[in-house]
Design a protein around this ligand. Sequence first.
Ligand code: DMJ
Length: 655
Amino acid sequence: APVNPPLPCSPDPSPEPGRRIPTLSPGASSFPHHRATLRLSEKFILLLILSAFITLCFGAFFFLPDNSKHKRFDLGLEDVLIPHIDSPKEGKHASGQVVIHGQGGHDEHRHREEEESLRDKIRADHERALQEAKEKLRKSRDELRAEIQTEKNKVVEDLKKKDPGPKPLPPVPMPKVVGVSDGEPPEPDAKEKRDKIREMMKHAWDSYRQYGWGHNELKPLAKKGHSTNIFGNSQLGATIVDALDTLYIMGLHDEFKDGQEWIEQNLDFGVNAEVSVFEVNIRFIGGLLAAYYLSGQEVFKLKAVQLAEKLLPAFNTPTGIPWAMVNLKSGVGRNWGWASAGSSILAEFGTLHMEFVHLTYLTGNPAYYQKVMHIRKLLAKMDRPNGLYPNYLNPRTGRWGQHHTSVGGLGDSFYEYLLKAWLMSDKTDTEARKTYDDAIEAIERHLIRKSNGGLTFIGEWKNGHLERKMGHLACFAGGMFALGADGSPDDKAGHYLQLGAEIAHTCHESYDRTVLKLGPEAFKFDSGLEAVAVRQNEKYYILRPEVIETYWYMWRFTHDPKYRQWGWEAAQAIDKYCRVSGGFSGVKDVYSSNPTYDDVQQSFFLAETLKYLYLLFSSDDLMPLENWVFNTEAHPLPVLHLGNITLPGSEPAQR
Ligand code: DMJ
């Protein structure tokens, strides 16, 4: 291509017909042609400069500030800041009045008067400010601090008056709260044991109060706060929220008040923390709702709703199956890196129903109810290998991940919430009951076996193969089977109560076959082994509640004294091996007579383990199961008589 192609208006640049324009090497030029080009470029540049100048002038005309509007203010300021120099047109009377000389009529005179009074006012303000500053400098530091504090308080008060805070929630009838009695057992022996459990709760709480207050959990040996990734990088006081209802049930009202005060003043969910949707739901929303229903204190309801709103963005996935984690500030969600093929976890997205139904009930906002019902519908449409629910489901594709089914970790509370959805609806949510019954039938067929030694256990299904291993977490199922016995199909109530008793027995064996009389994290029924842990990393006990939870349900349904007996064995072992001066700690090896501590006082120890123990030694009129349904973190929520209530967002067919 030519380096300097001729411009259309250059003098006769066109080649003669048949003649080619010579191609110039870079830097070369043909002089006349070049001069014409330059002339044209100059003209062009001049034109450009001219048009830029005109644009600038227009801009200046339209956008420069209108001086006349500022004139009076400028005059006033100048007058204060710059020593006054009388203009030739004006002079001053002794009175300070501006006198207009020369031309100017009545208007101008008035104008000058206004300016003068403005100057006087600014002068006076200036004087006053100087005076105040001098007085302030004369005061002591403490006096100044007190004054600043008073002023701050005044500003806060004024702000409060202007902004009355979040809108009050619509009034809803408070479900009849029954059974929040003292629950003192008639048997003196049970009373003594109950007092001991209460003392253990005091020790756990007081230690946290002293060394970990406001942190999520406590390190009882290091005597400082502790947290894990489920709470993100935050200090949300998980132990306070998780422990509230236990304190209330145990009649520890001063401690409860302390916790309430902390929540009122410090619990803020607008933090940049990536939290587990499931954990925050069961511990915080569950804990706050239970505290609200027990105490009637509005603050707990408000906080529960504020938090729930922060969880909602987690549901913004292509399928509506929520992410495992959500950032409370940004609302960005994602899944655990370790979960099969980017999946969400069955026990996490399937353990929201109870709390979310209550949120819709309390707020009138249908969103919560609709989100959990959508999950239920989606699951109902999916194929299930052998009728079993795999633990992993991809929230983008809506497909199952690895075919792994368990009633322990990753699966557990999904089944629990199907049953409890039915119970919590006053047995009107029959769809939930049917889903539970079908799921349990498949579990019994494929996962539940009897060991050679006659112990009933629940194994894990992995890609078509049964692993003969049961986790401590799966021990909750004994209580679940007993709780679901009444209302089971084909009059199998007796069968399920029996199954509950067998699981309770197996789990007790897993405790009894250790040195510390505390259960390992997982135990095998294989190669001659029965209810014992094999791997070193399965020998720990982290103050978990599931076995004691099952003892309590079995006690309520059978009143067989062995359940109190087994519960007491566990309580004594915890007090002996897990208690330290700074609280309670998990232990790393239940088969060692000299165990090391993990130095964590889990929040669920106060929420669940100690609560179930306390209830085990109380009379049944404390928190009766006809009126209360315990969420998976042992937070009691009242039965909603949904037969008489229409939840916003629910369709009549679902009720
Ligand atoms: C608790 O947070 C809940 O019980 C949950 O459902 C499973 N595990 C822990 C306690 O072990």
